[in-house]
Design a protein around this ligand. Structure first.
Ligand SMILES: Nc1nc(=O)c2c([nH]1)NC[C@@H]1CN(c3ccc(C(=O)N[C@@H](CCC(=O)O)C(=O)O)cc3)C=[N+]21
Length: 304
């Protein structure tokens, strides 16, 4: 139990996602009536990975709710890189399409980088195109990856300051840890909103004792590693905010599959000031931010 005798406040990602989507729903309705069309999102899914199918389904449901036209283009697992890129280029040229996303991971024989770079940067609602990654690193306006936006949104809506704070990010993935580190230290003197934190980016070669030294001084800990139980109670400063981006499927003793994050939730909860659960934390807000990026893409298209 923490010094004030209370356990951490739970950050309700599901509720936050609903709030965002309700606001978007109103804005999209107004926009669609004005422009006589709806924003349009196309997801490209290669193969039939059950987790990918589930995420795509959630995205399609959210799109339907907020008033975005959406569809999933399904390609066989054996599709070649050229064939996949041909599909993407076709969507790039399609004037009725505002946002394109290729669900990751793609099969081993296809280069993820080549595929992400094939998406028209103005339709790249995932923010994975090399040009959008470059812009983010320069704190320029661009599409920011949805999970990164979700973390920022969870902090902002919970009233957690980042200005001058110590943030420790665990995990340096190109789609989450790295862009999150770029956004959280962003400088307000450029185009993007500045978050102005001091960021420490830890990864698999950060020695465990050193990791603990870093996390112990963090005001905000964000874990995106896929390592179950990485963040333990003795690594967390009293009152810190803990954001769990991990998604791990584990088998329980009864043989059931359970979704857990990277954080030892029940123990960390007693030390932290705020904590996100898994499920019901970052995941639903990620989907909401995809809707926001798609609406943005549609608005930008009409302005061009
Ligand atoms: N091109 C691309 N863009 C992505 O944005 C992308 C991707 N590929 N590949 C996979 C990851 C993962 N991701 C999630 C989306 C929603 C939940 C989500 O809604 N999670 C629910 C529960 C889901 C469940 O029950 O499995 C929750 O945490 O409460 C999680 C993870 C988007 N990703």
């Amino acid at each position: 139990m923490s010094a004030n005798g209370q356990s951490a406040l739970l950050i309700d990602g599901k509720k936050i996602a609903e709030d965002i989507q309700n606001k978007l729903r109103d804005d999209i309705k107004t926009w669609s009536e004005l422009h006589k069309r709806k924003p349009t999102l196309v997801a490209v899914l290669v193969g039939e990975d059950p987790a990918s199918c589930k995420y795509i389904e959630k995205k399609m449901q959210a799109a339907e709710y907020v008033g975005i036209d959406s569809r999933t283009e399904k390609l066989h697992e054996s599709v070649t890189e050229d064939e996949l890129i041909t599909k993407v280029v076709e969507l790039n040229k399609d004037e009725s399409v505002d946002g394109i996303l290729v669900q990751l991971p793609v099969p081993q024989h296809i280069s993820e980088r080549n595929v992400c770079n094939a998406v028209d940067p103005t339709k790249d609602v995932d923010g994975f195109h090399i040009m959008n990654v470059g812009k983010l690193s320069l704190n320029m306006m661009t599409f920011v990856p949805c999970t990164v936006l979700a973390v920022i949104e969870l902090l902002a809506r919970t009233g957690i300051e980042t200005f001058g704070k110590n943030v420790v990010i665990c995990g340096r993935s190109k789609n989450i840890g790295l862009p999150l580190s770029m956004l959280l230290h962003s400088d307000a003197r450029y185009e993007l909103p500045g978050h102005e934190a001091t960021v420490t980016l830890c990864h698999r070669h950060t020695p465990p004792e050193q990791l603990k030294v870093f996390t112990k001084t963090a005001d905000i800990i964000i874990s995106a590693t896929g390592v179950v139980g990485l963040i333990k109670a003795d690594m967390v400063k009293e009152g810190a905010c803990v954001i769990d981006v991990g998604i791990n499927r584990i088998k329980t003793q009864e043989g059931k599959v359970k979704l857990v994050g990277d954080v030892d939730f029940s123990a960390v909860r007693e030390v932290a000031g705020h904590i996100t659960p898994v499920p019901g934390g970052v995941g639903p807000v990620t989907v909401a931010m995809l809707m926001k990026n798609t609406f943005q893409a549609a608005m930008d298209r009409l302005k061009q």
